[in-house]
Design a protein around this ligand. Structure first.
Ligand SMILES: *Cc1c(COP(=O)(O)O)cnc(C)c1O
Length: 365
């Protein structure tokens, strides 16, 4: 591993987010001359054998790291996380004649998912934590078995909650938006019909998403589904029906390689828990900071908390920024502080923030 580049901050941005430094250095190193071709990865054909190797290598690494069962396909798709909010119903809701799908509302992104799905069928929100300002994962009623799928957001980026136990859905496929936590903890993919994630939080640059889908769910799209949103068509074309973001897939492949070097997902998860604990311990040991999420539903990726006043919050953000702790301002509708601790955030970054929190409390509290 190379040494740290000078002038890089600890970047707590919710997304696009910090990427592993060795990956960034590797990108820089081979940017003008990929694999000895004398051309950049962004200058060569997506139909070349070199780029085929990039896509196939990234998918193979994803399968290896997640122990993905063989009856699932892995796709790279355009449009980031949100494009899937429409693509999911377009591909899956036609599985039942009633075109009924179930959603759980847990955050701003799940609300968008519900809105974007509405034109395509009967969208029923079977549970919501809106009443308690999204501070928890709600309890689910028994899942109606006549639905095409149940959609959840496995980690809620804005309020900082996550599903620690995934719901029992019987025969109804579970669909998870894991944009803000993909590859951050060990997940049994066989519990899901589909998992998707925009790349820009744990996997690479923005604008592309990864889709993991059980093969029997492919091939029943609504009639007007565009080819570029049709998962079966994309699968047949190895995610290259048209030109994909070749750069994004290349970076994702490097990030997957980095996760493997770190010891795999379980090892990364252990460090993620350590990082989150540093901050949650700080919050729990203080009268000054107040956590936004209920302790049993806390996210390891997005740590949210409030200070006694907006003025102190502003001071906290500004002072932290001066000390190289970047992008800590909470989401506009929540306020307070949000520290995003994605895979690439080193433990030292969480330690530095915890120390800063203690100092700030001592000076202000
Ligand atoms: C960031 C995020 C999105 C949106 O991703 P885009 O690529 O900007 O569309 C969707 N869902 C969740 C859970 C997110 O955190």
């Amino acid at each position: 591993m190379k040494t740290l580049t000078e002038n890089r901050v600890y970047n707590f941005s919710p997304g696009p987010a910090t990427l592993p430094e060795p990956v960034m250095l590797r990108v820089r190193e081979e940017f003008l001359n990929y694999a000895g071709l004398g051309a950049s990865i962004i200058e060569i054909s997506h139909r070349s054998k070199e780029f085929d190797a990039v896509v196939d290598g990234a998918i193979a690494l994803f399968r290896e790291l997640t122990l993905l069962p063989s009856d699932y396909s892995v796709l790279f798709v355009h449009g980031g996380g949100r494009m899937q909010f429409a693509a999911v119903p377009m591909n899956l809701i036609g599985r039942v004649a009633s075109k009924r799908a179930l959603y759980v509302e847990t955050d701003a992104f799940s609300t968008n998912a519900i809105q974007d799905a509405a034109p395509y069928g009967q969208i029923d929100v079977i549970a919501s934590s809106k009443q308690t300002a999204f501070d928890r994962i709600p309890t689910l009623p028994p899942v109606p078995q006549d639905a095409a799928y149940l959609h959840i957001t496995t980690n809620n980026t804005v309020y900082g909650t996550r599903w620690n136990r995934f719901p029992e859905t019987g025969e109804v496929p579970l669909v998870g938006d894991s944009t803000s936590e993909i590859l951050s903890r060990v997940i049994d993919y066989s519990r899901f019909g589909m998992v998707y994630a925009g790349m820009q939080k744990n996997l690479g640059p923005s604008g592309t998403a990864i889709v993991v889908i059980r093969k029997d769910l492919l091939g029943k799209p609504l009639p007007y589904t565009p080819p570029l949103l049709n998962y079966a068509t994309l699968e047949k074309n190895n995610s290259m029906l048209n030109t994909p973001s070749t750069f994004n897939i290349y970076v994702a492949g490097l990030v997957l390689g980095w996760i493997k070097e770190q010891g795999g997902i379980a090892a990364v998860e252990g460090r993620n828990n350590q990082k989150a604990k540093l901050l949650y311990d700080c919050i729990d040991g203080s009268q000054f900071y107040k956590g936004v999420a209920q302790p049993e539903h806390r996210s390891a990726m997005n740590v949210t908390f409030k200070l006694p006043s907006e003025e102190l919050t502003d001071q906290f953000v500004k002072k932290a920024n001066k000390e190289g702790l970047y992008a800590l301002k909470g989401y506009r509708s929540v306020g307070g502080i949000r520290a995003s601790l994605y895979n690439a955030m080193p433990i030292e970054g969480a330690e530095a923030l915890a120390a800063f929190m203690k100092d700030f409390e001592r000076a202000a509290g």
